[in-house]
Design a protein around this ligand. Structure first.
Ligand code: F6P
Length: 524
């Protein structure tokens, strides 16, 4: 079923225009409290949105008819929700606590998951404590993860976000782009004798990753000679492909076809992250994800916060014409978080046909963009406040700095950071009344109409657990939106043609030929 086929959506659209956000606050002193919610350690303020009780109920009626809770239960069962590829979707099983059944496509896979968690954990400990050393007999001091998309973004984002939780050794690095610069930037500071290389690829066919692996093998060969493979580890679904690379079985960490790349962080794809924050930290991240999973499983529909956020996003996309949504974390360490959500959201819901294969009526996944505040205020907040476009904003903030060790002396900068977050959310929602602006010079240029919806998500500190909660929160928003839009959120046929053309230098067209000629001429 798609949105346009849901009668309750037509009912919603027929409602009279509602008052502004400012007016709704003026009419209801309890609004802030009534539209704010707890999810695990997250506090989610949905009061500065273009909705009231009636509109919330209209949206929930749409969700009920769309069958969101039946879909949710199917996801918990690891059903074949990836309909176009007829594959189970089982990433929730990866965060099931030890000892609990984890069903995927009717099979309890908890023993497989636990076995691979144990293997990964023992390997990390053995490298860290020096039981496993390099062919030169030296401890591995650096780990490089080669991967791209879901085989890079999750661990790389989390490694960046959890700066305050990283251990001193080994240092962990990430190479994703096939641009030689990406590798050079990393190898310039490394000793090949002490470097462990993880090749992370679900399919082990991604050309960028394989080309970068070949480059690292050339980089390692002078010191490792015939033992380059002793510097390598593979994380993949295709174990045979890893063996063909000469990697021994005890250095291959498999995961499963029912784990989508952009949903794979809690699988062995998290190996590089476990090196960075320790096995305990990796386990805390999974537990944080589980907290939100449990909220989604148990919360009544009117307090199911990822569902409410998903419905608000649909309201702005499909009723109000919002083409994009901005995510602005007021946390420097979350400067890769938007990149991560971009793949999660846009590769899941950037579709124009429904699960049945029929063209969608109306819009689907938004363009996700953003960057940390306060930098964002000096980049694009002009457009957010006074532009012609509706851009819903997600603000993310933390009560305390990532670590008190970041503070210098009598330091009020974290408070200033939060003051800015709260001020921007307020200014977007409420604007400035015209009768105040009218008194100013250049008044016409200084109008702030407000009524620009935004969500504020707060957590106590940025930790493995709260990061896991944020990741799962956005996964669920994407899941509910995709289900209601009627798309298959778990395939990605759209990345196929570009990959295919990149490999076909012989095939061409007039523009590509002209560009290639230009490149040839200017390369000499
Ligand atoms: O971007 C397309 C994609 O297939 C992603 O879905 C995936 O995460 C990425 O490429 C890398 O794929 P692999 O892990 O198989 O190398």
């Amino acid at each position: 079923m798609s949105l346009d086929a849901i009668p309750e959506w037509a009912t919603l659209l027929s409602r009279p225009a509602r008052p502004s956000i400012r007016s709704m606050f003026a009419d209801d002193p309890e609004r802030a409290a009534r539209f704010s919610f707890d999810v695990g350690d997250l506090f989610v303020d949905l009061s500065k949105h273009r909705w009231d009780d009636q509109l919330r109920d209209d949206l929930l009626a749409v969700a009920r008819v769309a069958g969101v809770f039946e879909a949710r239960d199917r996801l918990f069962d690891g059903d074949r929700l990836n309909v176009s590829e007829d594959r189970p979707v089982g990433h929730l099983a990866l965060r099931a606590p030890r000892g609990e059944a984890a069903i995927v496509d009717g099979v309890d896979v908890s023993a497989d998951i636990e076995r691979e968690r144990e293997r990964l954990s023992r390997f990390v400990d053995a490298v860290v404590d020096g039981t496993i050393v390099s062919p030169a007999g030296l401890a591995f001091t650096d780990v490089v993860n080669l991967g791209i998309g879901g085989s890079d973004l999750g661990p790389a984002m989390a490694h960046r976000a959890l700066r305050a939780h990283r251990r001193d050794r080994p240092r962990v690095h990430f190479v994703s782009n096939v641009d030689p610069a990406a590798t050079a930037e990393v190898t310039s500071s490394l000793d090949p004798r002490r470097t462990l290389v993880i090749v992370s690829s679900k399919t082990m066919t991604t050309t960028e990753t394989l080309a970068n692996l070949a480059a690292f093998e050339r980089w390692l060969e002078p010191v490792a000679k015939s033992r380059v493979a002793d510097h390598l580890v593979a994380v993949t679904v295709d174990v045979e492909a890893a063996r063909r690379l000469g990697i021994d079985d005890e250095r291959i960490f498999p995961f499963w076809d029912w784990v989508g790349g952009r949903y794979s962080l809690a699988s062995s794809i998290g190996l590089s992250l476990a090196f960075a924050i320790g096995n305990a930290g990796f386990s805390e991240l999974r537990a944080g994800m589980r907290l939100v999973d449990e909220h989604v499983r148990a919360a009544p529909i009117e307090r199911n916060v990822p569902l409410l956020v998903a419905l608000l996003g649909i309201l702005y996309a499909n009723r109000d014409g919002a083409e994009t949504k901005a995510i602005v974390p007021y946390a420097h360490d979350l400067d890769r978080f938007v990149d991560y959500v971009q793949q999660l959201d846009m590769e899941s819901n950037g579709k124009s046909v429904g699960r049945s294969g029929a063209p969608l009526v109306g819009t689907s996944g938004p363009i996700v963009w953003g960057q940390p505040g306060t930098d964002a205020q000096h980049a694009f907040f002009q457009l957010l406040h006074q532009g012609t476009r509706l851009v819903p904003v997600d603000f993310i903030g933390f009560s305390r700095p990532a670590t008190d060790g970041d503070l210098i002396g009598d330091d009020d900068r974290h408070e200033r950071l939060l003051d800015n977050l709260l001020a921007q959310s307020r200014a977007l929602a409420f604007g400035r009344p015209w009768d105040e602006t009218a008194l100013l010079a250049n008044a016409e240029h200084r109008e702030f109409p407000g009524d620009r919806p935004n969500t504020v998500i707060l957590a106590p500190r940025l930790t493995p657990s709260t990061l896991g909660q944020l990741i799962a929160f956005y996964e669920w928003v994407v899941f509910f939106q995709g289900w209601i839009w009627g798309v298959d959120s778990f395939d990605q046929w759209g990345v196929e043609l570009g990959k295919q053309m990149a490999g076909e230098r012989s095939q061409s067209d007039a523009s590509t030929e002209l560009l290639r000629e230009r490149l040839r001429r200017s390369a000499t």
